[in-house]
Write a protein that binds this ligand. Structure first.
Ligand code: PEP
Ligand code: MG
Length: 874
């Protein structure tokens, strides 16, 4: 016996049910469920998504048994309706609609009024007693079938319709009479013959087969493919096909059609929300040919049908316990439901609806938390482009840090700062940013770069600041010296307004209206519910007291990564740092470092105070020496003055320090293996700050972290250095502070030898930015040039710098945890790479058994929610 490909629904009973979405598609499952709970649904049958998958794996041929099962189902349908398909006296007409597992609104194809031909149209006219309606349905059918199945452009038919309306001097198609529509039918058929070289198919069975094929084929049309890519829907799923008896909204003024949501999908307010059209068929609402009316007006025009609709929508919402997006048709004052599915909603609405439904007792807390998608709530935490505004983007880069920003283009960090001081809103436009640009980045509303990937400097820093950033926008041509850029024939000079959308990567000329984020009471409450379920801790990557405060306000339970290098670039400190790097001996370095220490101590004090009672992980200096080297003669001159070393000597030293691969060069703990006094200075600053505050009664919990360790001996040596400094400071101040010394696991060798390393580490924090870079052998800074194509081609499902490469890098994390804990059972483990704020990566961290994730302050709410989802979904 062949497999069951076709599921019937009708007469109050369906073969499928609401939970069969995978098999029947969302629409098919909804129709089955509605039938089973006695909602008025026209009968029909669903061809399974499996049949579509078979069709594709079978050279676009139907699987065995499908045709027979369709014929049988059609027989049942004829009995249920009491009309026959192709009957010239009183024909049964059907709709043929797509329906995938998850809704892909408008992406695939639909054919209505199928079964009409030159003969059955006459039968429809006489059986309905409405010739106008019959020919209106026929012309609609030829148009849709012609477009969807035969590939004749929709516009060709629209033009004829418009001409006809013009000739008759009417503005709406409902005003055309039967004779006009008959003429149109002839014209439409002519178009089909000319365009396709064959007559419009008259045989209903052939029409049905062609339409089902077309729906199968529409699974792979370009827009469906693009939609799936954007929404991460697998290409292998296939679509279901729903063949359903037609009910007619176009039979007169006691008929109509509409779409509605059981609550407002934009605000979440508990109000029936939607639109309808009188004397129309479904596609008219979507096609925008006529302007639909607000649903509430239906109450006045068709009170009886509205009362039915009200009852049905309430039943559906209670039954599904979620907002429903419904489609209905009213035929001669009687209501029929054509679709119900869970309604797509904005982040704001998702939060409000989940909160309200819990309060109404419709869902439990667990469900309420699961109803709010972590990916989505990011929208609530940044200013964004007003969804009501319309605009054209001139370029698209990587959506590196969400939100939107409007400002005048400036091309240097200094300009950004000085313009901002004058009260101007600016967008900092750079080829790529460097740590030196930090002040300008901070002063700008947003950052736009031409190169760099999702973990490029600009992207990481912008996310940390919660600042909008579009990175790696290759189509803009920047002339930093000339203070201008060109894109697609436009020239943008310093001071010209631009808008960037860091959520989509779009770059727009001029000013677009923005709206402020609102962290509503309901959102805050849902996050506390999330906290009840999650088992992963959530910390923040924060380098300044301000960022730490933001993180704490968003619910961070500590700092998981403080990158101390940012502190080296602030104000005049960079000069002292350069002096240290270019010094020729230990004494020179120590002298320069002494100048930096007071600043560092102050920085740490600030962080400890804000994070009182919570752990603060301070990572000792990491970036390549290369980044600190003075590039201009002016900078060398400054160092020369401060240090008393001759200009030429310093310049030569700067040249000697040049590196070919700084990211794999003299950085991280390697700096301290060669120049221990750097980490020593930092350790003094940390413990002097900690002891001072402890004396004042502040509860400080420092965790010192050594970066880029690949060999346990590196850690062994540097831990001893830190412990010695700690002991010395505590001895001197007479204060005891509990602290930990741990390491980052961010090199494959560290993961492979995590057992050896754990003997010397009190915690591990996985630096998955570097771990991804080194495991994949893909430079973080150059990835932007080719990774997008890798994702496009499906080599990587997602950018591995954004969502952890679970099967590759993930193994190193799992191995690191297991090996580490084999030596130190209670080893605390966390993640502080950018992945710490990515919901899918957070789910992975849960499975890998980490204790906490650490992410940028503005992603803390996302991480809290994602951690709850991870715990609840197991
Ligand atoms: C990492 O490598 O994942 C990390 C957090 O460190 P950084 O991004 O500063 O190299
Ligand atoms: Mg790193």
């Amino acid at each position: 016996m062949s497999k069951k490909w076709v599921y019937f629904f009708g007469n109050g009973k369906a073969e499928g049910k609401g939970t069969d979405k995978e098999l029947l598609g969302g629409k098919g499952a909804g129709l089955a469920e509605m039938t089973n709970i006695s909602i008025p649904v026209p009968p029909g049958f669903t061809i399974t998504t499996e049949a579509c998958v078979e069709y594709y794996s079978n050279n676009q041929q139907y699987p065995e048994g499908l045709t027979t099962q369709m014929i049988e189902a059609m027989g049942k349908l004829e009995t249920a309706v009491g009309k026959n398909f192709g009957d010239i006296a009183c024909p049964l007409l059907v709709s043929v609609r797509s329906g995938a597992r998850v809704s892909m609104p408008g992406m695939m194809d639909t054919v209505l009024n199928l079964g009409l031909n030159d003969e059955t149209v006459k039968g429809l006219a006489s059986s309905s007693g409405n010739e106008r309606f019959a020919y209106d349905s026929y012309r609609r059918f030829i148009q849709m079938f012609g477009d969807v199945v035969l590939g004749v452009g929709h516009g060709k038919f629209e033009r004829l319709l418009t001409d006809m309306k013009r000739a008759k001097n009417v503005d709406e198609d409902t005003k055309l009479d039967a004779a006009d529509l008959k003429k149109l039918v002839d014209q439409y058929k002519d178009v089909v013959s000319t365009e396709t070289g064959r007559n419009f198919p008259q045989e209903p069975k052939e029409q049905l087969k062609l339409a089902v094929n077309a729906v199968f084929e529409s699974w792979n049309n370009q827009r469906a493919k693009t939609y799936r890519k954007i929404n991460k829907i697998p290409h292998e799923w296939g679509t279901g096909v729903n063949v359903q008896a037609m009910v007619f909204g176009n039979m007169g003024d006691d008929c109509g059609t509409g779409v509605a949501f059981t609550r407002n999908p934009s605000t979440g307010d508990k109000e029936f929300f939607g639109e309808f059209l009188i004397n129309a068929q479904g596609e008219d609402v979507v096609a925008g040919i006529r302007t639909p009316n607000p649903i509430i007006e239906l109450k006045t025009v068709m009170p009886e049908a509205f009362a039915q609709l009200e009852k049905v929508y309430q039943t559906l919402e209670k039954h599904y316990k979620d907002v429903q997006d419904i489609e209905f048709t009213i035929e001669k004052n009687k209501l029929y439901m054509l679709q119900t599915r869970s309604g797509k909603r904005t982040a704001k609405a998702a939060v409000k609806i989940a909160y309200d439904m819990f309060r109404e007792g419709l869902i439990d807390k667990r469900t309420a938390v699961l109803r709010v998608a972590p990916q989505q709530v990011d929208q609530l935490l940044h200013p964004m482009i007003d969804p009501k505004s319309s605009y054209d983007a001139v370029a698209k880069g990587l959506p590196a840090s969400p939100g939107a920003a409007v400002g005048k283009a400036v091309f240097t960090a200094e300009e950004a700062e000085s313009w901002a001081q004058r009260g101007e809103a600016v967008i900092l436009v750079r080829k790529e940013t460097s740590p030196e640009d930090i002040g300008g980045m901070h002063a700008a509303q947003g950052i736009l770069t031409a190169t760099g990937g999702m973990t490029s400097h600009a992207a990481v820093v912008a996310r940390g600041m919660g600042k909008c950033c579009v990175a790696g926008c290759g189509s803009i041509n920047i002339d930093e010296k000339g203070r201008k850029f060109t894109v697609g024939g436009h020239l943008i000079k310093e001071g010209d307004f631009i808008t960037i959308n860091g959520t989509t990567g779009e770059v727009i000329l001029g000013q677009v209206e923005l709206i402020e984020p609102s962290l509503s009471g309901e959102f805050a409450e849902i996050l506390t519910w999330a906290d009840e379920f999650r088992t992963l801790g959530v910390r923040a990557n924060a380098d300044t007291p301000h960022d730490a405060q933001v993180a704490r306000d968003f619910g961070a339970e500590g700092i998981g990564l403080c990158r101390t290098e940012h502190m080296f670039f602030d104000g005049d400190r960079i000069d002292a740092v350069r002096e240290m790097i270019l010094a020729y001996d230990v004494d020179g370095r120590k002298k320069a470092l002494e100048k930096v220490k007071p600043y560092q101590r102050e920085d740490f004090e600030g962080l400890f105070k804000v994070m009182e009672g919570l752990p603060v992980t301070i990572r000792l200096l990491d970036p390549p020496l290369h980044e600190f080297i003075p590039h201009t003669d002016e900078d060398v001159e400054k160092v020369s003055k401060a240090s008393g070393i001759a200009f030429d000597r310093l310049k030569r030293k700067a040249q000697e320090l040049h590196e070919f691969n700084p990211m794999l060069g003299h950085r991280g703990c390697r700096l301290a293996v060669t120049f221990p006094e750097i980490y020593e200075m930092q350790a003094y600053a940390i413990f002097e700050a900690a002891c001072k505050l402890k004396k004042e009664g502040v509860n400080v919990i420092p965790e010192v972290m050594i970066p880029l360790v690949g060999h346990y001996k590196e850690l062994e040596e540097l831990k001893e250095l830190v412990d010695n400094v700690a002991a010395e400071v505590m001895e001197k101040t007479g204060v005891k502070v509990d602290y930990l010394v741990g390491t980052m696991i961010e090199l494959p060798r560290a993961a492979l030898t995590a057992d050896e390393i754990a003997a010397h580490a009190q915690f591990f924090s996985f630096g998955t930015n570097d771990l991804t870079q080194t495991a994949l052998g893909i430079s973080r800074d150059d990835a932007g040039k080719f990774l997008p194509q890798y994702v496009e081609k499906g080599i990587f499902k997602e950018d591995p710098f954004v969502s952890i490469d679970q099967s590759g890098v993930g193994q190193l994390v799992e191995m690191g945890v297991a090996k580490g804990r084999s030596v130190r059972k209670e080893l605390k483990t966390g993640i502080c790479g950018e992945h710490g704020g990515d919901p899918d990566s957070i789910a992975f961290c849960q499975k890998a058994g980490l204790n906490y994730v650490s992410c940028s302050p503005y992603r803390v709410p996302v991480a809290r929610l994602a951690a709850a989802h991870a715990a609840l979904k197991g």
